[in-house]
Design a protein around this ligand. Structure first.
Ligand code: KIV
Length: 283
C-alpha cells in the first residue's frame, strides 16, 4: 500500500458516519507493524498485553512505561500511516491526573502515537479529561479491564446482570462526556454493546468480544495466528496458524543442521583461490 494516507481522527469519524466498520489489532513490533500497515489496518493498539504475549508474564501488570515506549516506537517505524494507540500500563495513570497526563505525553512525544487508551469507568473520567485537555486524544476501556482482573474475579464477561450492565452504560457516558473520542468494550454482552453504541453521540465504540453492533472490532494479534501458547480466548477467531508454520520450520532447521543438510553453498560466502593462497602464505 505505497500511497496510503495517514489515518486521522476525522478519517475514523468519517468511517463511522458512513457505517464502515473500523479495523483494529494489537501489535508490538516492527515487522508485524509493517504487515499490518500493508494489510490496510485502520488502528493499532500497542497493548500492555505485551507483558504476556511478548515477555511471557502471566498478567499485564508488569508492563512498564519503558517497555511500552520501546515497543510503540518500533511499531510506529513499521506502520507510519496507521492510527497508533499507546496503552497506558498499570500504575501509569491510576495515582493521579498529573501522572496520567505526563505518561500520556510520553507516548505522544517519544513514540509518535496518535492517542492513548486507559482502563476504568467513571472513576477514571478525571484522568481522561486531564489528558484530553492537554491535547492528547484518549480512549476509554470498559468491561473486562485486565489490570483489575483480580478485583473483577478473573477474566470473565462483565455486565451480564442488569445492575452491572447499567454501571457500564453509565461509565461509557461519563467517559464520553470527559472527552474520550472512543471507548473499547471488552467482553461485554452484545446487547449492552448495542445500547452503548446507539447512545454514543460523538464517541466511537469498539468491540473486543462484545458483538457486531459496535463501530469497529479489535482482536489480539497473537490469538488470531496461534502465537500465544498458554490459551486462546473464546472470542478470538484464528485466521491462520502461524505458530504451527514456525514450529514446523524450526523442527526442520534442527533436523537439517543435525543431518548436515544445511547449509548448502548458496547459504555461505567464499573467497577467491588467489586471496586464499595469499592468506595461507601469511599463516
Ligand atoms: O493490552 C491490550 O492488548 C488490551 C486489550 C486486551 C484490549 O488492552
Amino acid at each position: 500500500m505505497p500511497d496510503r494516507k495517514k489515518v486521522t481522527l476525522p478519517y475514523l469519524f468519517n468511517k463511522v458516519a458512513n457505517h464502515q466498520p473500523i479495523t483494529w489489532l494489537t501489535c508490538y513490533d516492527y515487522p508485524t507493524a509493517y504487515l499490518q500497515e500493508q494489510a490496510g489496518l485502520d488502528m493499532i493498539l500497542v497493548g500492555d498485553s505485551l507483558a504476556m504475549t511478548m515477555l511471557g508474564f502471566e498478567t499485564t501488570l508488569p508492563a512498564t512505561m519503558e517497555d511500552m515506549i520501546r515497543h510503540a516506537s518500533a511499531v510506529r517505524r513499521g506502520a507510519p500511516n496507521v492510527f497508533i494507540v499507546g496503552d497506558m500500563p498499570y500504575m501509569s495513570y491510576q495515582p493521579s491526573v498529573e501522572t496520567a497526563i505526563r505518561n500520556a505525553g510520553r507516548f505522544m512525544a517519544e513514540a509518535a502515537c496518535d492517542a492513548i487508551k486507559l482502563e476504568g469507568g467513571e472513576e477514571m473520567a478525571d484522568r481522561i479529561r486531564g489528558i484530553v485537555n492537554s491535547g492528547i486524544p484518549a480512549i476509554g476501556h470498559l468491561g473486562l479491564t485486565p489490570q483489575s482482573a483480580s478485583a473483577l474475579g478473573g477474566h470473565r464477561v462483565q455486565g451480564k446482570a442488569a445492575k452491572s450492565a447499567k454501571k457500564i452504560i453509565d461509565s461509557a457516558k461519563a467517559l464520553e462526556q470527559a472527552g474520550a473520542f472512543a471507548i473499547l468494550l471488552e467482553m461485554v454482552p452484545d446487547r449492552v454493546c448495542k445500547i452503548i453504541t446507539s447512545r454514543a453521540e460523538n464517541c466511537i465504540i469498539m468491540s473486543l468480544g462484545s458483538g457486531p453492533d459496535a463501530h469497529g472490532q479489535l482482536l489480539i494479534y497473537h490469538d488470531m495466528f496461534g502465537l500465544y501458547p498458554r490459551f486462546k480466548p473464546r472470542m478470538a477467531k484464528v485466521f491462520g496458524n502461524a505458530g504451527e508454520v514456525i514450529l514446523n520450520g524450526l523442527k526442520q532447521y534442527v533436523q537439517e543442521v543435525t543431518d548436515q543438510a544445511f547449509p548448502q553453498p548458496e547459504n555461505w560466502f567464499t573467497m577467491t583461490d588467489e586471496e586464499f593462497n595469499e592468506l595461507q602464505g601469511m599463516l
